[in-house]
Design a protein around this ligand. Structure first.
Ligand code: ADP
Length: 526
């Protein structure tokens, strides 16, 4: 016999049929033993009484303890039952036994006559109680705000909460009062006890029991509470993953932009470095060239000063002696004068270039007679040229003498002296021609020779200070390497141009143009 109001174990459903875990188990055992067991139901007190009076051979849903009732057989356990705490949404998922201990006087819902009252009082002697007689009542009480918790059988309470749609009732994970529940069989029906025990063993082994269990019991374990509990962790975990992912993404972006910035910096640094390197190499080459030139200049200068000085001192010594006649003495005096002139010219060159370099050299514009300057120079160099067996030729082309030419006489003299002197010096044989013309307010000059000429790669640099086209012939040809650079500076200061055409072995042509400078217009050097 079974109680008809003990869900989900044995109860009458809404269609009026007796259903539940125990009912299905009995049906499964009946199948094995040719429907030997007759199943009947009634209310709980009637069922108990029927067993005592012998109207029923056995009853289902009996908990058994160590000190079992020896007047009856108890079959093996059909199911394990236990109690737990139930609480309302006030506590959500945070209820624990500690809440009973720490609350001033907790209000607890209990089954009438439930022995667990002692357990609660042991936790908190100030606990207050509400006693109920049914699950419906228990769940109604739990809806009240001031109620802290209820204690009841877990599976049955969850079954009622679900069927009454009270999903906001929460069950604690902690369970207690764990007991076995099985069949209680009258001593007169030992065979029935055996059928029940063997039947249980068989359906537990063949999987039938599990199916029945999953049908009636398993769904109640999956309460909303569990889902909520896991949902919380799932959301928390998901959030954390997203956060970590987001941080990594941001970090990645920052790193990328830093790498990009550093690469740019390095690239521009590299560019700058290679630019600086090229500049330094250039400076180094220039410094080396300049050093080479200054050494050559010093050697040359020493030579340029020592040679005429030796001449002066040597011939002065000879003049002291009475061994020479007056003709020879005149010759010595002449040589002494030439040496002095040569020294003076060198010193003048040095003074001129240092004045140009310091910016102290000024332009002094006056009316000048070009024709006179050129013819004086011609007369001056004619003797030197003939001594070197060279023809010095003067050519005047289209020169309009009526025009007054304004320029700096000192500088014109210096320019032409240097050029004619060079032409004679570097022409072993042949001729030197000085030609000049005047048109469009500009005087044009050409100093051409048939001398040794200048190699193309030297043609630009010979206008630099201290440069000689070939240092190796410095002993053959005297000179400081300053004449052309002074000439070029002066031509620039006078607003003119100087140009060279030359070929080695064929001779050189220096072309000069000089403007007629009107009184107001002044030029400064480069
Ligand atoms: P220097 O006092 O050595 O003549 P310059 O500055 O006047 O100095 O000339 C520089 C160099 O240019 C000379 O050393 C020579 O090598 C070359 N040079 C100048 N004029 C001529 C020329 N007419 N023919 C050949 N080489 C020349």
């Amino acid at each position: 016999m079974l109680s008809d109001s003990y869900p989900p174990y044995n109860f009458v459903d809404e269609r009026g049929e007796l259903v539940g875990l125990n009912v299905d188990i009995l049906k499964a055992i009946n199948k094995l033993y040719d429907d030997q067991i007759e199943i009947e139901s009634g209310d709980w007190s009637m069922v108990n009484q029927a067993l005592e009076t012998g109207d029923a051979c056995a009853v289902a849903g009996i908990h058994y303890f160590d000190n079992m009732d020896m007047d009856y057989f108890h079959t093996r356990s059909v199911i394990n039952t236990y109690h737990c705490f139930f609480y309302n949404k006030r506590y959500r998922n945070n209820f624990s036994i500690r809440d009973i201990r720490t609350t001033q006087s907790p209000l607890v819902v209990l089954w009438e006559n439930d022995v667990l009252i002692h357990y609660i009082l042991s936790l908190n002697p100030n606990a207050r109680f509400v006693f109920v007689r049914s699950y419906e009542e228990l769940l109604d009480e739990l809806e009240r705000e001031e109620v802290d918790c209820a204690i009841a059988q877990k599976i049955m309470s969850l079954y009622y909460a679900k069927s009454l749609d009270k999903n906001y009732i929460f069950a604690s994970d902690k369970v207690f009062l764990e007991r076995n529940m099985g069949f209680k069989v009258s001593k007169n029906y030992g065979e029935l006890a055996e059928i029940l025990n063997n039947g249980l063993e068989i359906i537990m082994a063949n999987g039938e029991y599990q199916k029945i269990y999953d049908k009636w019991i398993t769904p109640h374990y999956r309460s909303n509470k569990d889902w909520n509990k896991y949902l919380k962790y799932i959301i928390l975990g998901g959030g954390l993953i997203l956060l970590v992912f987001g941080v990594l993404l941001v970090f990645n972006r920052i790193l990328k932009s830093q790498v990009r910035k550093q690469t740019k910096n390095l690239q521009s640094q590299l560019k700058l470095n290679s630019k600086i390197r090229y500049e330094l190499e250039d400076q180094k080459i220039k410094a080396e060239v300049s050093d080479q030139m200054k050494s050559a200049f010093l050697a040359n200068m020493s030579h340029e000063i020592r040679t005429p000085m030796n001449g002066i001192l040597g011939f002065t010594e000879l003049l002291k002696s009475d061994n020479y006649d007056s003709k020879e003495r005149d010759y010595f005096i002449n040589l002494i004068q030439q040496s002095g002139d040569r020294m003076l010219s060198t010193i003048n060159n040095i003074i001129d270039i240092s004045k140009i370099e310091s910016g102290a050299e000024k332009v002094l514009i006056k009316p000048v007679d070009i024709r006179r300057i050129i013819s004086d120079l011609y007369d001056f160099f004619k003797f030197e040229a003939s001594e070197n067996k060279i023809d010095l030729i003067l050519k005047e082309e289209d020169f309009q003498s009526s025009k007054v030419f304004y320029s700096d006489e000192y500088k014109l003299n210096s320019i032409f002296t240097n050029l004619i002197k060079n032409a004679i010096k570097f022409t072993p044989r042949g001729s030197v021609t000085v030609s000049y013309s005047y048109s469009n307010n500009t005087a044009n000059f050409c100093i051409c020779d048939t001398g040794i000429g200048i190699r193309e790669e030297k043609q630009q640099i010979i206008f630099d200070h201290f440069v000689r086209a070939d240092i190796s012939y410095s002993s053959e040809y005297e000179g400081s390497g300053l004449g052309l650079s002074i000439s070029k500076e002066y031509v620039n200061m006078l607003g003119g141009t100087i140009r060279l055409e030359s070929a080695p072995g064929k001779g050189s042509k220096f072309f000069i143009t000089l403007p007629n400078i009107d009184g107001n217009k002044m030029y400064s050097g480069s």
